[in-house]
Design a protein around this ligand. Structure first.
Ligand code: XLS
Ligand code: NI
Ligand code: NI
Length: 441
């Protein structure tokens, strides 16, 4: 590419893998893309993706202060020129980092116009440009989505707005975002309903709003089939923020909603670490709930802060957490079309564009390391052996009889009367924690 050193001149080559003893901060210590882990490469298993909104559109602003980052790619005065510069910066970054995927919202990559039609035109223009850069570099879209939360019209909901004209607007916007994702060969399409919830029940008909959301998603499914988009649809749960209560609160409530409205066959879930903790769960709990339902489709890899109660979207660094996450992912045979998308942003004080590299390198290494450790734990049956054994009593005798469905409460009562009282085996939590820790070298 001609623009290779335009926006990140301080990183003048692709980030190399140098191994765990490297002292070079701009190198990978664990992520070695072509290394085989089992029968796949690290790159194939991890499928890292950069989040366009945080990394290229993030300004460092927060509730108490405005834009803080002075990005070269945001300097052009014309919005379309700015969008093109941003796209070039993005592709320079992807190539130098060595990732194959990115995720975007319609309004990240293209500016909103004065009218709906103008916004659609802007999107088409930028999509054409992105398409040419993708072709040139081989970089792909993990997922696209529509921003149904920033515009003032969505302040009382998009699909769940009390105003049908707003729901119509959201539907038309989603149609265009799906078109854009298809045009760019996106492998998934995400629905995250930041405004699909309520602020107060005093003005809200929850049943009606959820029916609207279901109708909305059904229309999206119909459209997907109509245009032959073969990407996977994903719902991204989050309990709150910006609304007080979001309908897709967590994995379990999203799954119930999908089932209730006959949508389960058409969706999987995109689980975000920080959303899990906001819902009062752990990241691994949400992964496990989704995976148990056969619905773990993709992951927004980030972390929250235990001292702060909001979606801080920090880069993942905790090896314990990435290890357990990768165990769940490996145990279900990988993420399929999904991947690990860094829905994460550098802190307001990390003002140098090079910090974007440090952040992603850290996240990628944390997951690569988690992957290696998880693979060893699984190969050694270090934990699974114990878990298997813990349920032994269901493999034969009364356990197998109960699970076969051939007996009811009366037959079981007879068995209990004739049997000895059960002596429980230890759950051995501390021993298992020690085993896990012994792998974290
Ligand atoms: C916000 C969400 C958002 C989605 C995409 O909290 O994580 O970034 O991933 O709309
Ligand atoms: Ni997210
Ligand atoms: Ni989030």
């Amino acid at each position: 590419m001609t623009t290779l050193n335009r926006f990140f001149p301080k990183v003048d080559r692709q980030i190399p893998y140098e191994g765990k003893d490297s002292k070079n901060p701009l190198s990978f210590r664990y992520y070695d893309k072509n290394r085989n882990v089992g029968n796949k490469t690290m790159g194939e298993l991890l499928r890292f993706s950069v989040a366009y909104w945080h990394t290229f559109m993030g300004t460092g602003s927060d509730m108490f202060g405005g834009p803080n980052f002075k990005r070269e790619w945001h300097k052009a005065s014309n919005p379309i020129d700015r969008a093109r510069d941003t796209m070039e910066a993005a592709f320079e970054f992807f190539q130098k980092l060595g990732v194959e995927y990115y995720c975007f919202h319609d309004r990240d990559i293209a500016p909103e116009g004065q009218t709906f039609v103008q916004s659609c035109r802007n999107l088409e223009t930028v999509v054409e440009f992105a398409k040419s850069l993708q072709k040139e570099t081989g970089i792909k879209v993990l997922w696209g989505t529509a921003n149904l939360f920033s515009s003032p019209i969505y302040s009382q909901g998009a699909a769940t707005s009390p105003d049908a004209r707003v729901m119509a607007h959201a539907a038309a916007q989603v149609k265009n975002a799906i078109d854009a994702t298809k045009e760019l060969g996106g492998e998934n399409y995400v629905f995250w309903g930041g405004r699909e919830g309520y602020e107060t029940l005093l003005n809200t008909d929850m049943k009606k709003e959820q029916e609207q959301m279901a109708r909305f998603l059904h229309m999206a499914v119909d459209y997907k089939h109509k245009i032959g988009f073969d990407g996977q649809f994903l719902i991204e749960p989050k309990p709150a923020e910006p609304t007080k209560h979001q309908y897709d609160f967590d994995a379990a409530s999203a799954l119930y909603f999908l089932k209730e409205h006959d949508l389960l066959d058409h969706f999987k879930l995109n689980i975000e670490a920080n959303h899990a903790t906001l819902a009062g769960h752990t990241f691994e709990h949400e992964l496990a709930v989704a995976s148990a339902a056969g619905k773990l489709g993709s992951v927004d890899a980030n972390r929250g802060d235990t001292m702060l109660g909001w979606d801080t979207d920090q880069f993942p660094v905790d090896i314990y957490s990435t290890t357990v996450a990768m165990m769940i992912i490996l145990n279900q045979g990988g993420l399929g079309k999904g991947g690990l998308n860094f829905d994460a942003k550098v802190r307001r004080s990390s003002t140098d564009p090079t910090d974007l590299f440090h952040a992603h390198i850290g996240g990628m290494d944390a997951f690569a390391r988690g992957l290696l450790i998880a693979r060893r734990i699984i190969d050694d049956s270090a934990l699974s052996g114990f878990i298997d054994k813990r349920y032994d009593s269901y493999r034969s005798g009364i356990g197998a009889t109960i699970m076969s469905g051939r007996v009811g409460l009366e037959e079981i009562e007879k068995w209990v009367i004739g049997a000895e009282s059960p002596v429980l085996q230890s759950g051995r939590q501390e021993m298992l924690e020690n085993i896990l820790n012994s792998y974290l070298t």
